[in-house]
Design a protein around this ligand. Structure first.
Ligand SMILES: [Zn+2]
Length: 162
């Protein structure tokens, strides 16, 4: 799978990461399906309160609200714009998923009825500025596979229907 990362979305994420400092933050990621196996990261929710220096567990209610706002903004075009997965930061560790991260994602794709696949996106800021990220695709009854991340230099502003 390929995941395009628009500049403006990454900038917004970096802003939250700078504010959180050494605390882990995260939430949901929302994507646009461009073609089979190619998605664009178009939005994300962020919970900047629940995380600690070494863990992040999201509060469901807040993120559900973010997702329904996203559906509203994109005209409920679920086939094209939908939940893509989860993201969180590893300010103190490498961007590779921990075994706890892997188990949580495997539970998510195997236990919840309507999620067959989900991406885990992990990011960190190096030297306060350099954005590092790593993503894996989790599919029910499959081993996680790495996602190819592609930076989009042009800002991507007008998605969906207002
Ligand atoms: Zn983690």
């Amino acid at each position: 799978m390929k995941l395009l990362l628009p500049n403006n979305v990454m900038r917004k994420m970096r802003f939250h990461m700078l504010r959180a400092g050494r605390r882990e933050i995260g939430g949901l990621i929302m994507g646009e399906e461009l073609s089979e196996q190619t998605f664009r990261l178009v939005d994300f929710s962020v919970d900047s309160i629940s995380g600690t220096r070494s863990s992040f567990v999201r509060d469901d209610k807040q993120h559900e609200r973010a997702l329904s706002n996203f559906f509203e903004k994109t005209g409920a075009n679920y086939r094209r714009f939908n939940y893509l997965g989860e993201w969180h930061t590893h300010p103190s560790f490498s961007v590779h998923p921990s075994s706890q991260d892997i188990h949580a994602m495997q539970d998510l794709v195997s236990c919840s009825g309507d999620v067959n696949f989900a991406v885990l996106f992990i990011a960190k800021l190096k030297w306060y500025w350099r954005f590092e990220a790593c993503a894996y695709l989790f599919v029910r009854e499959h081993l996680p596979s790495p996602v190819e991340l592609i930076h989009e230099s042009k800002a991507f502003l007008n998605y969906g229907i207002k």
